[in-house]
Design a protein around this ligand. Structure first.
Ligand code: AMP
Ligand code: ZN
Ligand code: FE
Ligand code: FE
Length: 266
C-alpha cells in the first residue's frame, strides 16, 4: 500500500504526524507523503517517525489556489526553503482573515459561535472542518457533511479565494522549494471534457509535473482520461486517500493500492 495524500492535525486532520505514520505502518503502507493544507509544520516530525518505522517518506504540501477546490500538491519540498516558509506564513494570515469572514457569515445565519470555540478544535492551520466540528459540538448540525451543506459552502466564504495564489504561482512556489507540482483531484473543480484539457494544458505550460490520477472520487473513465493525459506528456501519476481521520471524514481510510508509476518520485 501507498499513500501520497494525507492530512495531520497540523492542518485539518485528526491525528498528529507521528500517529499518522504509526497508523500507516499498521496498515502496511510502505511509501507515504504528508500533504497538509498550506503548511509544512508537520513534516519534520512525520519524516523522523517514518525513518524510525522504515517507511519511505516524501515531504509534501497541498496548496489551495484561487479557484474553488483547485488544490496543488507539492512533493519532495525542502522544509527549510525560505520561499516556502514565507508563503506558508502568508497562507496562515490569509486563513486567519477568512476566519473572521466565516464567523460573520455564520452570524448572519443566527449561529452563535466565536473564534476561540473554533480554535478549540484546531492544532495548527485553521480550516473549515474545524468550524464543522464546532457547529456539531454546539448542536447546529449532526455531521461534517451537513455543516458544509448548510453553512460552509457559502459563496461569501468562497469569495475570499481571490486572496489565494493562482495555480501558476503555486507551481512556481513548489519549484522554488525544490519540489514537484501535482494537480490534486482535478475533477473536484467541476471541470470536464475540453475545459479540463484546457486547464491541464495551461498548468502544464506553467510547469505542472504531474496529475493525481488515483483518487477515491474518480470513476474509471475519469481515471483513464487523466492517466492517458499524463502518459502523453510524460508526467508523474500519483495517488492517495486524502485521509483526514475518522472524525473528520468517516468514510475515508488510509492507503491506496500501490502502482509502479507512483514510485517515480522516491
Ligand atoms: P478549507 O481548506 O478550509 O477550504 O477546507 C477544505 C477541507 O474541507 C478539505 O479537507 C475538504 O475535503 C473539506 N471539504 C470541502 N467541502 C466539503 C464538503 N462538502 N463536505 C465535507 N468536507 C468538505
Ligand atoms: Zn482537509
Ligand atoms: Fe484537496
Ligand atoms: Fe487533501
Amino acid at each position: 500500500m501507498i499513500d501520497l495524500h494525507t492530512h495531520s492535525f497540523c492542518s485539518d486532520g485528526q491525528h498528529s504526524p507521528e500517529e499518522l505514520v504509526r497508523l500507516a505502518k499498521a496498515q502496511g503502507i510502505t511509501h507515504l507523503a504528508l500533504t497538509d493544507h498550506d503548511t509544512t509544520a508537520g513534516l519534520q516530525a512525520a519524516q523522523a517517525a517514518a525513518n524510525e518505522a522504515g517507511i519511505r517518506f516524501l515531504c509534501g504540501i497541498e496548496i489551495s489556489t484561487n479557484v474553488k477546490n483547485q488544490h496543488l500538491l507539492g512533493y519532495g519540498i525542502d522544509i527549510q526553503s525560505a520561499a516556502m516558509l514565507a508563503a506558508c506564513e502568508g497562507f496562515t494570515a490569509r486563513r486567519n482573515r477568512r476566519t473572521k469572514r466565516i464567523l460573520d457569515v455564520l452570524a448572519e445565519h443566527d449561529v452563535d459561535l466565536c473564534e476561540s470555540e473554533v480554535r478549540a478544535f484546531a492544532r495548527g492551520q485553521l480550516g473549515r472542518p474545524h468550524f464543522a466540528a464546532a457547529l456539531i459540538a454546539k448542536g447546529y448540525v449532526q455531521s461534517v457533511k451537513e455543516a458544509f451543506a448548510k453553512y460552509l459552502d457559502d459563496p461569501k466564504i468562497h469569495a475570499t479565494l481571490v486572496e489565494n495564489p493562482t495555480a501558476e504561482a503555486a507551481i512556481a512556489l513548489v519549484h522554488a522549494a525544490g519540489g514537484k507540482a501535482v494537480w490534486a483531484h482535478p475533477y473536484q473543480t467541476g471541470l470536464k471534457g475540453d475545459a479540463l484539457t484546457e486547464r491541464l494544458d495551461a498548468m502544464r505550460t506553467a510547469g505542472l509535473d504531474g496529475v493525481e490520477v488515483y483518487y477515491r472520487t474518480h470513476d474509471a473513465d475519469e481515471q483513464d482520461f487523466l492517466r492517458r493525459y499524463a502518459e502523453k506528456y510524460g508526467m508523474l501519476m500519483t495517488g492517495g486517500s486524502d485521509y483526514h481521520g475518522e472524525t473528520v471524514k468517516p468514510d475515508v481510510t488510509l492507503g491506496v493500492p500501490m502502482r509502479d508509476e507512483m514510485l517515480a518520485m522516491f
